[in-house]
Design a protein around this ligand. Structure first.
Ligand SMILES: Nc1ncnc2c1ncn2[C@@H]1O[C@H](COP(=O)(O)OP(=O)(O)O)[C@@H](O)[C@H]1O
Ligand SMILES: [Mg+2]
Length: 203
């Protein structure tokens, strides 16, 4: 019997291919798992506010306030979208989650412990993957208007924090420097391996 839901998180720098890869993964898992593909900031009220106010220099709030908003959005996202899907037995793929808060607000100088405290009510994912791409390469890929979170120095700091969680085993690294299809194959293979470790999740 399948246990209730599976919660997968995809993390990485801006431009690392999270949205691209989350969509390919959802497609590949579609028949067996009917996945819910979702992202943070969410499309709820707080997530919409974050998109309007926190991503561009002229509108930014104090870093602590931003961290609290991201944590509040996460709670709303969990309550309205993620938990209902998991309770219905679905697999959820979330493009950015808790590790984005740790990496981005952490790189902006906040203590990782405090970010963990304000996120202590956030559900732990079953597994979290980090698509690792060189900071220079992500900036090359990003042709759209760069937000303040996308300078080279920021990207380097953010990646360093992500890598700490790779080292302690909380994030599983996927090499994102390769062409899309190759990254997708590696990601899919890793997810299938991980799914085997969850009793009842492989049909
Ligand atoms: N493996 C890849 N190689 C080259 N370009 C890529 C790769 N993956 C994604 N891209 C391109 O990089 C840009 C950012 O990808 P996206 O999936 O939106 O990243 P993210 O969601 O992590 O910001 C897009 O233009 C996308 O087509
Ligand atoms: Mg994206």
């Amino acid at each position: 019997m399948r246990r209730k839901g599976i919660f997968i998180v995809i993390e990485g720098l801006d431009g690392s291919g999270k949205t691209t890869q989350a969509a390919i993964l959802a497609k590949r898992l579609f028949k067996t798992y009917n996945p819910l593909l979702t992202a943070e900031p969410s499309r709820g009220k707080i997530g919409t506010f974050i998109r309007e106010c926190c991503l561009y220099e002229d509108k930014r709030l104090p870093t602590e306030a931003e961290a609290l908003l991201f944590a509040a959005d996460r709670i709303e996202h969990l309550q309205k979208e993620i938990k209902p899907a998991l309770e219905a037995g679905r697999l959820v793929i979330c493009d950015r989650y808790l590790y984005s808060s740790l990496a981005y607000q952490g790189s902006a100088g906040l203590s990782l412990d405090w970010i963990k405290v304000i996120n202590s009510r956030a559900l732990q994912p079953d597994f979290a993957l980090f698509i690792d791409v060189a900071p220079e390469q992500v900036l090359e890929r990003l042709q759209r208007k760069k937000s303040v979170m996308e300078t080279l120095e920021t990207q380097r700091k953010v990646r360093e924090i992500y890598l700490r969680f790779v080292e302690n085993g909380e994030l599983l690294r996927v090499n994102g420097n390769n062409p899309k299809e190759r990254v997708a194959d590696e990601l899919y293979a890793k997810v299938l391996e991980l799914l085997k470790t969850i009793p009842g999740s492989v049909s």
